[in-house]
Design a protein around this ligand. Sequence first.
Ligand code: DGP
Length: 113
Amino acid sequence: MENCIFCKIIKGEIPSVKVYEDEDMLIIKDVNPQAKIHLLLLPKEHYADITEMSDAQAQTLARCLKKLSTMVDALGLNDGFRLVSNKGAHACQSVGHLHIHILGGNQLGDRMC
Ligand code: DGP
C-alpha cells in the first residue's frame, strides 16, 4: 500500500535489519527497541490490524506464528518472549500495517508506549 512504511520495508524501499523472510512474512529488528530483543513480525500482505484481516489473512498469520515457534533458538528467545499487537491509537498503534511485536531477552518490554 502506498505511503505505508512497513510495505516500503517489505518491498526493500526503506532499509531494515531483516532476521527472517519467506513468502508470507518478514521479521525485522524494531528501530526503537523496548526490550533486549525487540523484533517485528510483518505479514507481507497489507491490512491495518487484527480486526481487518480476512479469513485467508488469519490463516496466513497463524502459519507465520507457527513458523515463529520453530525459530525460538535461532532468534535468541529461549528465555521466554512476549507477543504484542497494538490495535488503534488508544492502544499505541502507530503504524497501520498489522505487526506483531516479539519481545525477549531478559527484559520483556513492560514499557510499550
Ligand atoms: P506500534 O506502536 O505498535 O504501531 O509499533 C510500531 C513499531 O514500529 C515501533 O515499535 C517502532 C517501529 N518502527 C517504526 N518505524 C520503523 C522503521 O522504519 N523501521 C523499523 N525497523 N521499525 C520501525
